[in-house]
Design a protein around this ligand. Structure first.
Ligand code: PLP
Length: 437
């Protein structure tokens, strides 16, 4: 698509695809980042290794706190699954490669990709407080952080976050489980069942009548007044990003275990739903470190909330909002209802991201029903945002059977059955027509 047709499609909330003309090789990105002092502070590979070690070190604590995590021994992990029936249902030819799903919708406890970043940030906070208050005894057993003395210390701290639902769920559940006072500021998009689940787990939920940015601003403001308050900043947090990025190593070992090659002749295409950009940027950055030029990541956004694509196509240094382009930021994909992208995620992706595309709400609903009918998956609408990615690529570049296409399904498995049934009913009322592209 030309620049003019992309701008026109964005303004008219029509599905569109943008390939990043600024994408450069992994090594060149690294050199450029070293020499560019105007960028926000970006994460380093050393920090990523430290994050990996932190998640491994605290895995026994997570298994202790959350029974559903015992099977994985406290690892925050999701399966990588082949989905031949979905590939057929999407009419995506085998000659263009194999479709797979990275099933973060199954992540235990929090039920979304937000578990990766959120759990990491609260574990990092707990680690710092453990040092400060000398909570880990001489044996340094991480389970000490679940004992009454640690809980008493944590209860003097508050954790606050602003969210459209899933980040709040992740942060709220782990913070409350460790004994912190947890407050989640929810935007008007947040689903009632998510708020109820948090309240049932001892989390304070403050409901705002505004959008995601307003909920985040309210959380940030509350943290300014509380010296013992830690604000999880979805727009600026390195710790969240690092938690998401660790998923790259998991995907690497799963591909190896399934004997799926990734190299120049076997490229890996990854399609990730995008809200403010932290989760997909963290994952894409991690994948770039692991696979270099052999991976290409694409972000998927709702037509009414394409904040990341707008950010990428707008002049550097501007912070465009979807409202400035006459868009509503209202979408069935509640997790992606964000008007302005994270500047940190934008800076990280500027030269790395392969592209972005947008998707209509009806298409997400159709894909939700298709994934259920073909593979028995329970996804929330946001989690299906990337499903048009392979078809967009087939239109814009040469694909061959040795490509692997990974659809990152980011949430849905913990949704109550009745909610999911409602979504299926809604999908059943849609006219049966082929979706874009
Ligand atoms: C299900 C789901 N997918 C994707 C995302 C996108 O993550 P981010 O907002 O970090 O871009 C979210 C965000 O809440 C989400 O809930």
């Amino acid at each position: 698509m030309t620049d003019a047709s992309i701008w026109s499609a964005l303004r008219q909330a029509q599905p569109c695809f943008w390939a990043n003309p600024n994408r450069i090789s992994h090594d060149a990105v690294h050199d450029k980042a070293q020499n560019d002092e105007s960028r926000p502070v970006l994460p380093s590979e050393q920090q990523l290794q430290a994050a990996r070690q932190r998640l491994a070190r605290f895995a026994p604590l997570l298994a202790h706190l959350f029974p559903p995590l015992r099977e994985s021994q406290g690892q925050i992990t999701s399966p990588l699954i082949a989905v031949p029936a979905l590939q057929d249902a999407l009419s995506f030819p085998r000659a263009h490669g194999q479709l797979m799903i990275k099933a973060d919708h199954c992540l235990a406890v929090a039920g979304s990709v937000k578990a990766r970043g959120g759990f990491h940030e609260i574990l990092e906070l707990s680690e710092k407080l453990a040092d400060k208050h000398d909570l880990l005894g001489p044996t340094a057993d991480v389970l000490d952080l679940a004992n009454p003395r640690s809980r008493a210390v944590f209860s003097t701290y508050q954790v606050a976050v602003g969210s459209t639902g899933n980040l709040g769920m992740s942060i709220g559940l782990i913070a409350a489980a460790l004994g912190f006072r947890a407050t989640v500021h929810m935007s008007h998009d947040a689903k009632a069942w998510k708020k109820q689940r948090l309240r049932d787990n001892g989390v304070e939920v403050l409901e705002h009548s505004g959008d995601y940015a307003l909920a985040v601003a309210a959380g940030r403001e509350s943290a300014r007044h509380g010296p013992q308050t830690h604000f999880v900043d979805d727009e600026q947090s390195l710790s969240l990003l690092l938690g998401y990025a660790c998923a790259a190593f998991e995907l690497q070992s799963q591909l190896q275990a399934q004997r799926i090659r990734v190299d120049a002749a076997h490229p890996l295409m990854v399609y990730i739903p995008c809200g403010v950009g932290g989760a997909p940027a963290g994952i894409a950055w991690g994948l770039d470190l692991v696979f270099g030029a052999h991976v290409r990541c694409y972000f998927a956004e709702p037509c009414q909330a394409p904040c990341f694509m707008l950010h990428m196509v707008s002049p550097a240094g501007t912070q465009p909002s979807v409202y400035d382009f006459g868009l509503q930021n209202r979408t069935i994909a509640d997790g992606l209802a964000v008007a302005q992208a994270s500047a940190l995620a934008g800076a990280l992706m500027q030269d790395r991201l392969a592209g972005c595309f947008t998707v209509a709400d009806d298409t997400m609903l159709r894909h939700l029903a298709l994934a259920h009918a073909s593979e028995g998956l329970q996804l929330e609408p946001s989690a299906t945002a990337g499903f048009d990615g392979p078809a967009w690529l087939a239109q814009t570049q040469q694909l061959h059977p040795d490509c692997t296409h990974v659809l990152w399904t980011t949430g849905g498995a913990v949704m109550p059955e009745a909610q999911f049934a409602q979504l299926l009913d809604q999908a059943a009322t849609l006219p049966r027509h082929a979706s874009q592209p």
